[in-house]
Design a protein around this ligand. Structure first.
Ligand SMILES: Nc1ccn([C@H]2C[C@H](O)[C@@H](COP(=O)(O)O)O2)c(=O)n1
Ligand SMILES: [Zn+2]
Length: 159
């Protein structure tokens, strides 16, 4: 008889997104993304980090202060990194697993790339205009979004 307690697709791909988030150097919020084809093949992964070539040790990671002294103008978001890690035109009909609901900039990139579904873990910035704008654009363009459903399968990473 086949094994019964294998993890299902959603748990598998959200697990990959969570693992990717662990690569982030951001001390406050680590975000991971995993893009998957309609055939359940992983197309790309990403996490939030400084652009390639920008020395992590020389860039600001703070949240407060003057704009140039915070991370916000510099960090490349997990979803955008995952999209940029794929050849153009390959994401039509794909879905993306993200550990945090996409901001409006990532929402635009998700829509333009052809991704059709967003599965998210946290929506901790639901009360911001950026998240409201993301949902408005997803609703207008037919990109569906749903929270990841905890199934009772605990994802454990032991290193
Ligand atoms: N959908 C998102 C939203 C945010 N990020 C990144 C950008 C920052 O590195 C961090 C948020 O920092 P916080 O304001 O919570 O200290 O998360 C992302 O990659 N994807
Ligand atoms: Zn973003």
């Amino acid at each position: 008889m086949k094994r019964q307690d294998y993890i299902h697709w959603d748990a598998y791909f959200m697990g990959v997104a969570l693992l990717s988030a662990q690569r982030s150097k951001d001390a406050n919020t680590q975000v991971g993304a995993c893009i998957v084809s309609p055939e359940n093949k992983i197309l790309s992964v990403g996490y939030n980090g400084m652009p390639t070539g920008c020395d992590d040790d020389l860039m600001p990671w703070g949240r407060e202060g003057s704009a140039l002294d915070t991370k916000y103008l510099f960090v490349c978001h997990a979803e955008l990194n995952a999209i940029l890690n794929t050849p153009a035109g390959k994401l039509t009909g794909a879905r993306v697993y993200v550990t945090l609901f996409p901001c409006s900039e990532c929402a635009k990139a998700i829509i333009q790339s052809g991704i059709k579904e967003v599965i998210y873990l946290s929506d901790k910035y639901a009360d911001t205009d950026s998240t409201r704008a993301s949902k408005k654009m997803f609703d207008m363009t037919g990109v569906s979004y749903r929270p990841y459903e905890v199934t009772g399968t605990e994802l454990t990473l032991s290193l």
